[in-house]
Design a protein around this ligand. Structure first.
Ligand SMILES: NC(=O)c1ccc[n+]([C@@H]2O[C@H](COP(=O)([O-])OP(=O)(O)OC[C@H]3O[C@@H](n4cnc5c(N)ncnc54)[C@H](OP(=O)(O)O)[C@@H]3O)[C@@H](O)[C@H]2O)c1
Length: 333
């Protein structure tokens, strides 16, 4: 039963500096939708930290509740596709951009945003996976659509200790790929090997300048960094291999020539989880409960924070003091 007022971590981004704090709001304040969901868990992604701190321009309207992920139980529904009591998950879908997000005890969303919670996952599992795991799975889906297979050679993963990086290592190695993890924190190499990485290398290796074509090493790559690393991955990818571009933690720019594309047939695949078409989103979530179910969820779950602890966590993520996935416990115990 919907409460009249509830707690939300609300971001006001219409003036500098961006303000974000816990507020008490009512259902009427939420952006519109057919389905009201009682949120049990959310998670913390790089984009959430950019939005909450104002270090990235994520909100396109203000104010909004933060949180690009949510998992919970349908409270009320005006859609035939969902009924009260259904367990659902939402990742991306413009949450914390143009729609109120998952850092609130309730979200109200169009039915198209919601995916049924896959069999085999709890609500907490789904948010340990969250946008990070969904995006890693989407990248693997697109790489394999583009004919990547384990017998073609190793796959590189950058930003390896982050949420997307750890998920990508787990999912790729479960499918039989030999993964080379690139990290700026080699002290965590053992944890990356425990997730399945065959090799761990220093990411500084990907900033060395070289000509327009490098010595080929990879059949494929999953990149979270952008900048020099993405350029180097493309230059060192085998003929007809593919590189999935996910993130920009180092830089949104790439210094590249077209040579890898026109002489080697290398593909650069853009991965955009936020606006992934509804049918593909649901299919990927079903796979995350089945053939793409992460094997090391407990190891990748680096901690759980309450609403009260949430404001203190964003700087830790942006300053690279966290690894893996942080869960946000939204429902009151
Ligand atoms: N396209 C999409 O749909 C989509 C979806 C989700 C995320 N993303 C993007 O993907 C990226 C990763 O997201 P995430 O949630 O996994 O973030 P995260 O948990 O903060 O992980 C980022 C990782 O990148 C590495 N790193 C951080 N700053 C760095 C720097 N300046 N230079 C080199 N390496 C650095 C660190 O790994 P090491 O310690 O191993 O070096 C860090 O753990 C972000 O840019 C995010 O916005 C995009």
């Amino acid at each position: 039963m919907t409460e009249t007022t509830f707690r939300a971590f609300r971001i006001h981004a219409d003036a500098e500096p961006v303000r974000a704090s816990l507020e008490t709001i009512s259902l009427d304040a939420l952006t519109p939708g057919e389905v009201v969901v009682r949120v049990h868990y959310s998670s913390i992604n790089y984009k959430d930290a950019l939005a909450a701190t104002g270090r990235g321009r994520i909100l396109r309207r203000s104010p909004l509740n933060g949180g690009i992920d949510a998992a919970g139980i349908v409270d009320t529904s005006q859609s035939e596709r969902f009924a009260p009591g259904d367990a659902v998950v939402v990742t991306g879908c413009s949450l914390s951009e143009t729609r109120d997000g998952g850092y609130a005890e309730y979200v109200r969303l169009p039915a198209d945003c919601l995916s049924p919670l896959p069999d085999g996952l709890t609500l907490a599992d789904a948010m340990i996976i969250g946008t990070a795991g969904f995006t890693a799975a989407l990248a693997i889906h697109r790489l394999e659509e583009n004919h990547l297979a384990p017998d073609q050679g190793p796959v590189a993963v950058t930003g390896a200790n982050g949420g997307v990086g750890q998920m990508a290592i787990d999912l790729l190695t479960a499918r039989g790929y030999a993964v080379t993890a690139y990290t700026s924190r080699p002290a965590h190499a053992d944890a990356l090997r425990a997730l399945g990485a065959a090799e761990v290398r220093d990411v500084a290796e990907l900033s060395a300048s070289e000509g327009p074509l490098g010595k080929t090493e990879w059949a494929g790559a999953v990149d979270n960094l952008g900048g020099d690393a993405l350029g180097a991955l493309v230059r060192r990818t085998h003929p007809w291999g593919s590189v999935a571009s996910i993130g920009l933690v180092a830089s949104p720019h790439i210094d590249l020539t077209v040579m890898s594309f026109i002489l080697r047939g290398v593909s650069l695949l853009g991965i955009s989880s936020a606006n992934c078409p509804c049918a593909l989103r649901r299919a990927i979530w079903q796979r995350l409960g089945a053939d793409l179910r992460p094997r090391h969820l407990a190891a990748m779950h680096s901690g759980t924070v309450t609403f009260d602890e949430l404001p203190g966590v964003f700087d830790d993520l942006l300053e690279c003091r966290l690894t893996g996935r942080v869960l946000v416990a939204v429902a009151r115990a």
